[in-house]
Design a protein around this ligand. Structure first.
Ligand code: HEC
Length: 156
């Protein structure tokens, strides 16, 4: 291999590492700034904000459906509502969004989907309403924890 070609490969390798490092940096830190209300503001574009808020409204609908299911003791309704929000339905988020959400936010989000998995499992298995209610309160704890820490703002 000539020296020139070697240098080209080295430069290429260095830029791939550079791009990967930038991706990892954003994957961990996201795109955020401090806001006036004390929460961390995550800066998204209009489409990304609409995308996450649609998902949020879906979460609230599921919490409602599970509450109704508990009141009526309808385990099938609970499992179908919880399954829609389990970890099996994650991973379709646009890459741009993934790089803008801080790692801590993504982990809290994934943990929340994980508890919906557990609710679905319990509803399909023994179907103990007390256990489901307990897990639902864990879910709600994640909702309120995250809402107290973060907000979304649109980049101008
Ligand atoms: C990992 C963080 C996180 C978790 C977990 C989370 N949310 Fe949110 N949610 C947010 C943020 C950030 C906003 C925007 C708040 C703002 O800008 O003031 C939001 C907004 C919302 C909205 C407003 C939607 C709209 O159209 O304006 C609803 C409803 C909502 N969340 C419901 C829930 C429910 C229910 C849960 C739990 C099952 C939940 N969220 C869990 C971060 C989270």
């Amino acid at each position: 291999m000539t020296l020139k070609r070697k240098n080209i490969y080295l430069a290429l390798f260095a830029s791939i590492i550079g791009v990967a490092a930038v991706f990892v940096w954003f994957f961990v830190n996201g795109v955020t700034e401090e806001s006036d209300d004390g929460r961390t503001s995550i800066i998204l574009n209009e489409d990304e904000k609409d995308y996450v808020l649609l998902e949020m409204r879906g979460l609230l609908e599921a919490v409602h459906a599970i509450t109704v299911g508990l009141a009526d003791n309808e385990m099938e309704d609970i499992s179908s509502a919880a399954k829609k929000l389990g970890t099996g339905h994650t991973g379709k988020e646009p890459v741009s969004l993934i790089t803008k959400l801080p790692l801590e936010f993504k982990m809290l989000g994934m943990a929340t989907h994980g508890i919906f998995d557990e609710i679905a499992l319990e509803a399909e298995g023994l179907g103990d309403p007390a256990i489901i209610l307990d897990k639902l309160s864990d879910v709600l704890n994640n909702c309120t924890t995250c809402h107290a820490a973060y907000r979304f703002d649109v980049s101008r």
